[in-house]
Design a protein around this ligand. Sequence first.
Ligand code: 5CA
Ligand code: ZN
Length: 407
Amino acid sequence: MRSWSAPDIAPLPGTGGPLRVHDTATGRIRETAPGPRAGMYVCGITPYDAAHLGHAFTYLTFDLVNRVWRDAGHEVDYVQNTTDIDDPLLERAQATGVDWRDLAHREIDVFRGDMAALRVIPPTSYVGVVESVDLISALAERIRAAGAAYDLDGDLYFSAAEAPKFGEVGGLEHEEMLTLFGERGGDPGRAGKRGPLDWLLWRAERPGEPAWDSPLGRGRPGWHIECSAIALDRLGPGFDLNGGGSDLVFPHHEMGAAETRCVTGGPGAHHHVHVGMVGLDGEKMSKSRGNLVFVSKLREEGVEPAVIRTAMLAHHYRSPWEWTGAELPVARARVERWRAATARGSAPDATPLLSAVRAALAEDLDSPAALAAIDAWAEAALTEGGTDTGAPALARATLDTLLGVRL
Ligand code: 5CA
Ligand code: ZN
C-alpha cells in the first residue's frame, strides 16, 4: 500500500561508522553488518485507533537505525506491515458501527500524516495484511507441508513442540511464556490443542467475519504469520534487523521466528531489536487501556513535530519511560536554544559535534548522549561565540540528517 512522503535529507561530510545495537536474542550489543543494502522489518500498527506516543517512540527508534545505516553508506530496504485485519480492529469496528475497512483506512491515513510530520523516513515497502493474504496462506501451507502444523476444527495451528529452537528470541521460561501468551492475544486454554503454546496460523471463516479463499479453506490469517510471511517475501531469509516494541518479544517475534525457521532453517533476522514501553500513569500506553496521548492531538494543539521528536530522543530507546507532559516545555526550550545557536553567523567548529553525534548513535542508538553533545556545542556557541562561519549550517545538518530534527 501507499507509504508516506519522505523527508529530504541533507548530505553530511564523510561517513558514519557501523551501527552496534542491542540484540534481544543474545542479550548483547552487537555490530550490525549489512551489505550494500541493509534489510529491516518493523512491526507496524493495528489501525483501530490513532498512533500514540508509544508507537511514535518505536518508529523513531527504527528511524534512527535507518539514518545511521544510510550515513554509513548503506541503502536501506525498510519493510513495515500494517495489521489491517485482526480481532481488535473487528471488535472496534463493530463497537463503533463503522465498516472495518473504513476504520483501517482512516487510521492508517492519520498514521501516515503523523509519521510524515515527524520526519520519519518511510518504509520502502509498506504492506497491509489484506493485500498479502495469498502469500500468508502460502507460508501457512508450507508450514503444514513441513509437518509442523495441525488442524483443529478447521483452524490451523503451529505445534510449538515442532519448533526446535523455541525460546531463541526471548529466552523466557515456559511459565512466563504461558502468562504472556494469554495476555497478548493467544489462546493457551483452547480445548483440543496439542500444547497450550500452539498458535493459530489460519482461522477458518466464522459467521459475520471477513474471510478469503485459500488452499487452507476460507478464512483469515493468524497474527504472527503475517509478519514472517511479509518479511520473507520482501527481504528474504537472513535479513539484518527485525524490530518492534518490547511487548512483541513474546509471543509475536518468538512465534514468527519459529515459523521462519520451520521453512528456511534460520530465524529470519540477524538482530532482534526491541524498544522500551512508553507509559502514562504507571501503565503501558495502550489502545486497549485507553490511556493514550496521540501524536495527531499534540499536532492539532500546535506542538511542533521537532519538539515532539526532541522530547522522545531525550530517552534511550531501551528504557521504559513515562509520558507526563513535562517533557514538552523542556524539549521546546532545547529546540529554541539550538535555534538561537545555529542562527548566528559563526560558531565553534561543528566537526567534533558531528563526530560525537555519529559516535553516540552508533553505540546502541544513544540519543540522550547525542542531544547532550548538541547542548554542549550550543552552550559554547551562545556563551563563547566562535569564528567558524560554516559551523551553524553543519550543526543544523547534523541534527536534521542524523536525528531528524529540523530547526
Ligand atoms: N500490528 C502489531 C504488530 S504486527 C502491533 O503490535 N500493533 S500496535 O499498534 O499494537 O503497535 C504498533 C507498534 O508500536 C509495535 O511495534 C508495538 O510494539 C509498539 N508499541 C505499542 N505500544 C507501545 C508503547 N506503549 N511504547 C512503545 N512502543 C509501543
Ligand atoms: Zn508484527
